[in-house]
Design a protein around this ligand. Structure first.
Ligand code: ATP
Ligand code: MG
Length: 191
């Protein structure tokens, strides 16, 4: 008889990504920005507890590779910085309404690139398409595809996380697998 599979069996596949996860007060303010934008019959708001900024999408990995991902996270230092989210927009290719920064800090693209380089070096496939820091607020949105300023939400970034995504009928469920505090003394990503 085949050995019973457990949640920890190393051949189990997990869908994972690295992200910034907003603290509750920031998530609440972002969620409030999204609420009045829910127009159209199909529009679906992201739940408050699911709001996040993806840094690097890894995709399906075997559970046995999680330690390698955690080692990558542990080896990179994220400088502490502030994100100032101040506009909303909608991408016409996927009907996602999102919130972004009109003056993005250089820290974020540098950190995302450092993370992706480290993932590639360890044999993880990573998307090389452009990195646009954003938090999705709505799916299937009918918002006009044009930037609209919103009252800025300032997010002091103090950590980054490795997250497991479980895709359910009602939308994805996310579970934080590991977290790494940012370094107030760092000025650029350090490996
Ligand atoms: P669902 O796909 O069930 O609607 P989701 O997109 O939030 O929900 P995932 O597909 O698991 O969940 O994606 C997790 C995160 O990674 C999301 O922020 C998503 O936008 C991002 N992501 C997913 N696929 C890619 C990809 N190929 N490249 C870059 N980012 C991606
Ligand atoms: Mg998806």
């Amino acid at each position: 008889m085949a050995p019973a599979r457990t949640a920890e069996s190393s051949d189990q596949s997990l869908r994972v990504f690295f992200a910034l996860w907003p603290p509750p007060d920031v998530a609440r303010r972002l969620h409030q920005i999204g609420r009045p934008l829910k127009q159209g019959p199909a529009a679906r708001s992201m739940r408050l507890d699911t709001l996040h900024l993806t840094l690097a999408f890894v995709g399906e990995v075997e559970a046995g590779r999680l330690d390698a991902l955690k080692a990558i996270g542990a080896a990179i230092r994220l400088p502490s910085f502030e994100l100032r989210l101040d506009f909303i927009d909608r991408w016409p290719h996927n009907d996602i309404a999102w919130v972004g920064c009109s003056e993005p800090s250089a820290v974020l693209p540098e950190f995302a690139a450092t993370l992706r380089d480290a993932l590639s070096a360890q044999g993880f496939p990573v998307e090389r398409r452009g990195f646009t820091p954003h938090l999705t607020l709505l799916r299937k949105s009918e918002l006009p595809s044009a930037r609209q300023a919103v009252t800025p939400v300032v997010w002091p970034v103090t950590e980054f996380v490795l997250v497991r995504s479980r895709r359910m009928a009602h939308g994805a469920n996310y579970e934080v697998l590991a977290r790494w505090p940012s370094d107030p003394a760092a000025v650029a990503p350090v490996r």
